[in-house]
Design a protein around this ligand. Structure first.
Ligand code: ATP
Ligand code: MN
Length: 467
């Protein structure tokens, strides 16, 4: 068996019949009768299985007992035209080796139709299912597409730190990073925790965003993007929030809010198109199994311009909807942050296309957003998508030192840990903009999965960090 090189199943399925092949993978199913067994083998290279046809005369009865769902095999044989429907070729086995047996009584994936909820409880094994194979391959393609997009545009991939001293980003609650002995915490004279004794000599946390460091990069090399893990200790058990998620944050010198919106729209359209071009088999599977509107919804965002609308106009639309009898769980009036139900109403019911919201009340947005002339709104932008709500949040940044400092003071924030950031406005400040795309929110859109826990291999959510 060893003299022949293994071919991945994805490649085998498009080979011409007649050749001698070696396939390796995991058994999905086994069926057949006394004379002949049919084994569906999958190696993760594609959603499709290759069918192994094993003539019972050629093999030991004992061997077939070991070929159970989940077991791993090496199969040598001849690639032949398939008699059955559904595949062009199959392997007429001449040699089968069981690499690893799989106890059918204990294998967590033995049930035929396992719910996504159940699969989360066996997340270490769920990657073996067709569903998670499809999700992982799409996730991989999207990561590659992201790097391709920015690489084509000459953006620099900037690695921003995961451990940070700044607690001023205001994007969400943070996880503290410490090596202090929690049973014996050093206190200062006032009785507060003495962080000078901690590993970094300061209080540190896991980052909620790479943006502030991203701005340092953009104001040096022009256009950067980050793509890395982000942590938020939000105790919100929603289908759209994770405690650990991945974010893509481009930051561009000399971009105003319009350039920013254009880039965001081009970017997400590029990614959706990429998924359609490179992942169709997996999309078709997910479309048929979970969400038969998936592919159509993906296509629907491509041909059209996203609707640009100010927050103030959006409030008027939502207030009118309420007075026309639409029921929202949360109230909406000028000054409130929109909930997902409001965002989805705008996208799915009112405009029937993705929406870019701009010009938010300054009180619901971060300190660094560029202040508008009206004195009450800032140049933020949120991109809202069907079924998801917010997929991107960004803004033009406040480039004026005076205005930025005034806002920091107005909010009562400590400047102490922010001086390095403010330096961007002291030395060669430029108009600049950026945004953050939640990688898993994008994946919700391009997989049709309803719960964000099902688009990341090992989800971290409140009370759950297993596997
Ligand atoms: P939301 O209002 O949906 O909680 P946010 O306004 O707090 O999001 P931003 O700070 O604007 O989020 O972050 C940028 C992007 O990161 C969001 O548009 C979203 O796609 C993604 N994101 C934010 N928080 C989470 C989370 N907890 N889990 C997964 N993705 C997230
Ligand atoms: Mn946001």
């Amino acid at each position: 068996m060893e003299t022949l090189k293994r071919t991945k199943i994805k490649a085998l399925l498009s080979e011409k019949p007649g050749i001698e092949v070696l396939a390796k993978g995991w058994v999905r199913t086994k069926r057949g009768n006394k004379q002949v067994k049919f084994i569906a083998l999958n190696d993760g290279s594609t959603i499709a299985n290759i069918q192994i046809v094993a003539n019972a005369e050629l093999f030991d009865e004992e061997l077939f007992k070991k070929i159970t769902t989940g077991a791993s095999l090496a199969v040598r044989g001849k690639l032949v035209e398939s008699m059955g429907s559904g595949q062009a070729v199959e392997i007429q086995a001449t040699d089968i080796q069981v690499l690893g047996e799989c106890d059918p009584m204990r294998f967590p994936l033995q049930k035929k139709d396992t719910t996504l909820e159940y699969l989360r409880s066996v997340a270490h094994m769920r990657l073996r299912t067709n569903t998670f194979g499809a999700v992982l391959r799409i996730r991989n393609q999207m990561a590659f597409a992201i790097h391709s997009f920015f690489n084509q545009k000459g953006f620099v991939y900037l690695h921003t730190p995961l451990i940070t001293e700044s607690d001023a980003e205001g994007a969400g609650d943070m996880f503290q990073v410490t090596t202090l002995d929690l049973k014996n915490i050093p206190l200062d004279k006032k009785g507060n925790v003495d962080f000078s004794k901690d590993f970094f000599g300061k209080k540190t946390s896991l980052t909620v965003s790479g943006q502030l460091e991203g701005e340092l990069g953009a104001t040096a090399v022009g256009e950067i993007y980050t793509f890395g893990p982000t942590f938020r200790a939000e105790n919100s058990n929603t289908p759209r929030h994770l405690a650990e998620f991945w974010m893509i944050e481009p930051e561009m010198a000399f971009y105003d809010i319009n350039d920013n919106m254009e880039l965001a729209e081009e970017f997400v359209k590029f990614l959706v198109q990429w998924a359609l071009d490179h992942c169709m088999e997996d999309l078709q599977f997910l479309n048929d199994k979970y969400d038969n509107g998936l592919i159509e919804r993906m296509r629907s965002v491509l041909g059209i311009a996203f609707q640009r609308v100010t927050y103030t106009e959006a409030v008027e639309i939502l207030e009118k909807a309420v007075s026309d009898g639409v029921k929202f769980e949360y109230p909406v009036h000028w000054g409130t942050d929109f909930q997902s139900e409001h965002e989805r109403y705008l996208v799915e019911k009112h405009f029937c296309k993705p929406v870019i919201l701009i010009d938010f009340p300054k009180d619901i947005k971060a300190f660094y957003m560029k202040q508008n002339e009206d004195g009450r709104t800032v140049r933020g932008m949120d991109v809202l998508f069907p079924k998801i709500g917010e997929i991107i949040g960004g803004s033009e940044r406040e480039a004026s030192l005076e205005k930025l400092e005034a806002r920091i003071d107005e909010l009562g924030m400590s400047r102490k840990n922010l001086e390095w950031y403010i330096d961007t406005r002291r030395y060669g400040s430029v108009p600049h903009s950026g945004f953050g795309l939640g990688f898993e929110r994008l994946l919700l859109f391009v997989t049709g999965m309803a719960n964000i826990r099902d688009v990341i291999p090992f989800p971290r959510t409140p009370k759950n960090a297993e596997f």
